[in-house]
Design a protein around this ligand. Structure first.
Ligand SMILES: Cc1cc2nc3c(=O)[nH]c(=O)nc-3n(C[C@H](O)[C@H](O)[C@H](O)COP(=O)(O)OP(=O)(O)OC[C@H]3O[C@@H](n4cnc5c(N)ncnc54)[C@H](O)[C@@H]3O)c2cc1C
Length: 607
């Protein structure tokens, strides 16, 4: 094994969505960062749907951007259809989504990363993690090179002992067309990590020229939707529509006749899949009364004819897929270019990570993305940015950085990954956040940008722009309270008028200042939802109080008398760092928390 002559602060393994964000963050913070990946041709490859964002996922992308991350900028640059989902619903659940040109996305991400100072991209397959005295020291590659570094982020996605399933056929692969990562999985096991097995699936891709779009419904995008706070006016790619079609009774019949040939039903796949993102076999069985299911036809890019058939992910054999796809309206002559398949892979079970995403077992080793049992590009990138930040902080000997549940969806996600057992791949929903009116997609910069600045990810000019925005919002709100109008003989403030559901800030523009759509929206939100926001802030501060009661590292829960056996076992396994975190572990009751508080108090007094 040849020892590479240079030393890195941070080594990132795997340039998927988590790895790209982790490497970008670490390098932006000044850490000398190496991003090692199996193939430089698949940087930021979208293994499944060619889209970024969506419900709750769009919130995560905006949070990443607010912190100084890269995903939103690349999505804006390469999006071919933007939409604001749930636009007619409340502001908490509105989420941006972009259909991306999959190949342009990969190239744009790679090119941006290549230009970041302190960041070095190299091709290499990691076979082993090198550890000395319980600390990470380096990685060894299949190519016979050992790279040494102070900390590492491993983000190997669906690749660890990946097994692809298409009906009765199965073969080893990290995803279709890629080799699996077997050495890394074995090495983590040998180091003492507890691994589990999960699965996920993807639909077939068909050639556009074989679709009769006249039998489908066109779905255009929305104007003015973007992810990034920094490059709102950057010209994007030409926009194209998606199309909607439906399965039929014939689809259902074909699936039911062949269910026994689906590896999920024959028991060949042991790993659990996401219930909320079911395969078409699952949907037909679980929603037996439904006559048809909606299917979206999504272009994979401007330079390809491939169409992603969203809603029909499957592990049925190819001959069944061939017949099934032709039962969809407009797809009677569809030509499948890539078959649907399911993939089963290893992940690191929960309870083995700190809130900074550092493993408890190996100091300096961080994990992010699918390897932690999540699914989704945005979930992976959200963990990636936090792991990258913390790996850089650790390498510089600085304390770690975490986000609270009341501050960000990323905070909610990491809290849940570190306190809950997963029984299926974890994805984000707006319903997971208890304070979702505080965590809107439109205010991610106001919530998080100052953190990005203090971490060194946001430059002075952007920080000053944020400060100017904050003061404009304050000014706008103050003006609303100062100005009065007479309605039906009664004098009311513009603030009271704006709080009426039928009034919008834009209707008041003759009497108030026009700060531009972004700031005007913030003023309107703050005014209209002031009562709800206040209430959620009070609730959040209660939660924060419990989170502020620290549990010392190496606190022995086994010594606490009176805890239930389940609570003792779970507390030992998850080793929470605060009482708030302990209270969110399933199986730990309020009575256990009272007992724990007494034990912490007596320990404090005796020391
Ligand atoms: C078949 C399939 C279906 C999916 N369906 C969905 C879905 O419906 N919805 C959804 O939200 N998500 C889905 N996903 C998941 C989505 O692709 C992942 O959640 C996301 O890509 C995870 O990001 P990541 O960065 O953790 O890993 P990935 O994007 O998988 O990237 C991992 C990277 O690590 C590299 N790598 C792996 N091992 C090594 C090694 N030993 N050395 C060097 N490099 C290595 C790989 O080459 C790759 O670049 C699906 C994935 C697959 C494969």
């Amino acid at each position: 094994m040849w020892k590479f002559p240079e030393h890195y602060d941070v080594i990132v393994v795997g340039a998927g969505h988590a790895g790209c964000e982790a490497a970008h963050a670490a390098a932006r913070m000044g850490a000398r960062t190496l991003l090692l990946t199996m193939s430089l041709d698949t940087v930021a490859k979208m293994s499944c749907n060619p889209a970024i964002g969506g419900t709750a996922k769009g919130h995560i992308v905006r949070e990443i951007d607010a912190l100084g991350g890269i995903m939103g900028k690349v999505a804006d640059e390469t999006g071919i259809q933007f939409r604001m989902l749930n636009a007619s619903k409340g502001p908490a659940v509105r989420s941006p989504r972009a259909q991306a040109d999959k190949f342009a996305y990969q190239m744009a991400m790679k090119h941006r990363l290549e230009q970041v100072p302190n960041l070095f991209l190299k091709q290499g397959t990691i076979e082993a993690i090198l550890v000395e005295d319980g600390r990470f020291v380096g990685v060894a590659t299949l190519e016979g090179i050992a790279y040494y570094g102070t900390t590492a982020v491993v983000s190997s996605g669906t690749f660890m002992r990946g097994m692809v399933h298409i009906g009765e056929t199965q073969y080893e692969g990290g995803r279709a067309g890629d080799k699996p990562s077997v050495g890394l999985s074995k090495c983590l096991e040998e180091l003492g990590f507890n691994l589990g097995r999960l699965k996920t699936g993807t639909p077939p891709r068909v050639n556009k020229r074989s679709i009769d779009f006249s039998k489908t419904e066109a779905q255009p995008g929305d104007e003015g939707v973007r992810f990034s706070y920094d490059e709102p006016d950057r010209p994007g790619l030409p926009q194209v529509p998606c199309h909607i079609t439906y399965t039929s009774i014939a689809t259902k019949e074909i699936i039911l006749e062949n269910l026994h040939r689906s590896p999920m039903y024959s028991g060949k796949i042991r790993g659990r899949g996401p219930r909320y993102c079911p395969s078409i076999e699952d949907k037909v069985v679980r929603f037996a009364d439904k006559e048809r299911h909606q299917i979206f036809l999504e272009p994979e890019g401007l330079g390809t004819e491939e169409i992603y058939v969203n809603g029909i992910s499957s592990s049925l054999p190819f001959d069944v897929q061939f017949k099934m796809i032709r039962t969809l309206a407009g797809l009677e002559n569809a030509e499948i270019m890539r078959p649907a398949y399911a993939i089963e892979y290893d992940y690191v079970k929960s309870g083995q990570l700190s809130c900074a995403l550092e493993t408890k077992l190996i100091e300096g080793l961080f994990l992010a993305g699918q390897i932690n049992g999540t699914t989704g590009y945005e979930e992976a990138a959200g963990q990636g940015i936090i792991a990258g930040i913390n790996a850089a902080l650790k390498a510089a000997g600085k304390p770690s950085f975490t986000l609270k549940r009341s501050e960000a969806y990323i905070g909610v996600m990491i809290d849940e990954l570190t306190t809950r057992e997963l029984d299926e791949p974890y994805r984000m929903f707006t319903s997971r956040a208890e304070h979702r009116l505080l965590l809107r997609q439109d205010n991610a910069d106001l919530r998080l940008r100052e953190y990005g600045y203090s971490l060194g990810m946001i430059d002075q000019a952007r920080y000053e722009k944020l400060m100017a925005k904050k003061s404009a919002i304050e000014q706008g709100l103050a003006d609303l309270n100062k100005k009065y109008v007479s309605i039906d003989g009664k004098s009311i403030s513009l603030m009271q008028l704006l709080c009426r559901p039928e009034t919008s800030y834009s209707q008041l523009l003759e009497s108030v200042r026009d700060f531009g759509p972004d700031i005007n929206t913030q003023i309107e939100m703050c005014a209209k939802f002031a009562g709800y926001i206040k209430r959620q802030e009070v609730e959040a501060s209660k939660l924060e109080k419990a989170d502020a009661i620290q549990i010392p590292p190496n606190f022995n829960f086994a010594d606490v008398k009176g805890l239930s056996n389940e609570a003792r076992e779970k507390l030992n396994r998850f080793s929470p760092t605060s009482v708030g975190q302990a209270s969110r572990i399933s199986g730990v009751s309020p009575a256990d928390i009272s007992i724990l508080m007494v034990a912490l108090e007596s320990r404090k007094r005796s020391s």
